[in-house]
Design a protein around this ligand. Structure first.
Ligand SMILES: C[S@@+](CC[C@H](N)C(=O)[O-])C[C@H]1O[C@@H](n2cnc3c(N)ncnc32)[C@H](O)[C@@H]1O
Length: 191
């Protein structure tokens, strides 16, 4: 494969910023302080992390399970670590954790096995990545830390709020935006 072809293959393997990315980036940029340490889980192209860092002067790290995404994010200047959710990070270190998760409910019979599937598919419920994230994110949050998560009506906002509550978080909806097939919400979760 030539360099160009390799590069094309990689581009189709990394989620490119869309309405959900822009909504999360814009809302979160108004909520973060310059002296905070922030983690964006599932950073993809690094767009959200870069925007929040540029707008707030906070240090924003990125993580992604997709190695091609980590490369793209690093090209934007984001310190990116290949990771499954928050697994490799120390306890109680982040003032804020952001996540625009894969959330589309997907029929297991038509699932593809590639990086774009990993970026989009939330399994049958739409919450198969969101639930373990909510179960694990509290460990890496500083005592007054906040979580900012993008949620779609397609994967069930009430169910996400209920799972967050089981993990000791209260939820505040910071912004809702309606699109033809879904409503996107940015939730802030606090303990
Ligand atoms: C909807 S895309 C969002 C990308 C980017 N944050 C944005 O808003 O444009 C979801 C991202 O989560 C990543 N992801 C999926 N499962 C993950 C996991 N278990 N741990 C870390 N990242 C994951 C995907 O590779 C993908 O980059």
């Amino acid at each position: 494969m030539t360099d160009l072809a390799e590069r094309r293959g990689v581009e189709t393997a990394v989620y490119q910023p869309a309405e959900d990315s822009h909504l999360l980036a814009e809302v979160v940029a108004g909520e973060i302080y310059a002296d905070e340490l922030v983690l964006e889980v599932g950073t993809g192209s690094g767009y959200v992390a870069e925007h929040v860092a540029d707008e707030t002067a906070a240090r924003v790290l990125g993580s992604d399970v997709n190695p091609h995404a980590c490369e793209r994010a690093r090209e934007r200047g984001v310190e990116a670590v290949r990771a499954n959710l928050v697994a490799p990070f120390q306890d109680a270190v982040f003032d804020a954790v952001l996540f625009n998760p894969p959330y589309l409910p997907t029929d297991p019979d038509v699932e593809r096995d590639d990086w774009m599937e990993c970026a989009l598919s939330g399994g049958e419920s739409g919450r198969e990545v969101i639930d373990p994230f909510l179960d694990s994110v509290g460990r890496v949050l500083a005592p007054d830390g906040r979580v900012f998560i993008l949620v779609s009506s397609l994967s069930g906002v009430e169910e996400v709020v209920a799972r967050a509550s089981e993990n000791g978080f209260g939820a505040v909806a910071l912004r809702d935006e309606s699109f033809p097939f879904e409503t996107l919400s940015v939730l802030m979760l606090v303990r």
